[in-house]
Design a binder for this molecule. Sequence first.
Ligand code: GDD
Ligand code: GTP
Length: 421
Amino acid sequence: MLKAVILIGGPQKGTRFRPLSLDIPKPLFPVAGVPLIQHHIEACVAIEELKEILLIGFYPAALIQQFIVDLQHRYNVTIKYLQEFTALGTAGGLYHFRDQIRYGNPDAFFVMNGDVCADFPLEDLYKFHKSLTNPLVTIMGTEATRQQSLHYGCMVTNKTTQEVTHYVEKPSSYVSTLINCGIYVFSLDIFNTIGDVFTAKQQDCYRNGNSNREAGYIQLEQEILAPMAGTGKLFALQVTKWWSQLKTAGSAIYANRHYLELYRTKHPERLRQPNTSGEDCTIYPDVHIDPTAQIHHSAVIGPNVSIGSGVVIGPGVRIRESIILSDAVINDRSLILHSIIGRSSRIGTWARVEGTPSDPDPNKPFAKMENPTLFNNDGRLNPSITILGCSVSVPSETILLNSIVLPNKELSRSIKNEIIL
Ligand code: GDD
Ligand code: GTP
């Protein structure tokens, strides 16, 4: 039997994802029409031996519970949310809930960062882990560019055994282009290793007169994986399938495109097929439209568009490379490009809402998303995806370019490269 743990973080995390995460916890933000971590869960339930999925985070349970109830009906797998009393770090939560994870004596368990997107190769990862002698951890690795590798956990491996001989988390200078994808297989014995770190920290706290609580905060990457490198217990499987982090709104549009593409084989029923009869809107694949959305037949949608429940799209509207969240209304002849339109926002007629994509550089092999900061060194906003928070109203005949609008704003003019607070 196998289990999976998804680390979902909490309200103080995901700051680069604001204002989208003000309204909905980032792990539940819809990408390709389903909450971000539902993609993880669907990858897990596809593995027959996997019987339980534990979400670990520090969001109030009330924010996560409904999602679990909805999914629980669909799958023959137990899904539970375990709430940390405070942020315990990427290994502290695993250790705190070790009894829950060990319960039923699983052969191994997956750990997945909730903020990554991928064509998850979980079967391959487990098969590889099983083929090793006494492994503690197998890390899913992928290749990045030299410069981008500095933003990730970097691994040096023995090319014949795939053992990780050196691990540095977010190094300040180049270590390796093989990076940690935040997807792992753990053997149950890992709890002895984390336990040793916990006990040592507890003794330190006691000696220094600090609160015992600090001992509970354990970083998987720095405190467990880095010291384990070179001991014969840590391995990495390099994969070439699509993988990306989801840190910024720009990366959500990028992930949306890839998940829609995966639907062609895995969930064709989630894609709106082009229809030439003239009764339906014009579709440039790939597009996901919730069945409750009302789209005028003269609208033109796609490629890479997801439209949520209850959305209303008027005549002559053009949408491309965008995510439209539930209950938004887009009126006649407006144009939406490289943007995310928040829940219940309203766009008037003949408006133009446009952002700048920040896709990986197609000319650089292995390039990942840049995930730039909001501002550049001159203090100016970096051009990026245009984001409207929930319940924003955009008047007719205005232009919004590369801007971010916080929830509940009523705009009265065109804006360019601005944050409207
Ligand atoms: N439950 C819980 N508690 N989850 C947490 C906590 C915590 O205290 N802190 C972070 N997480 C979750 C986040 O929600 C996220 O899904 C994941 O753990 C990792 O988050 P970060 O701490 O922000 O790390 P990172 O994304 O910058 O880097 C990690 O992932 C990269 C791949 O995406 C590292 O593992 C890197 O080595 C790796 O390359
Ligand atoms: P390409 O992107 O290279 O095709 O050039 P373009 O000038 O047509 O692209 P642009 O990015 O300006 O617009 C993308 C799509 O939206 C095109 O299909 C346009 O026909 C359409 N479009 C552009 N402006 C408007 C507008 O103001 N209203 C509506 N409804 N559609 C528009």
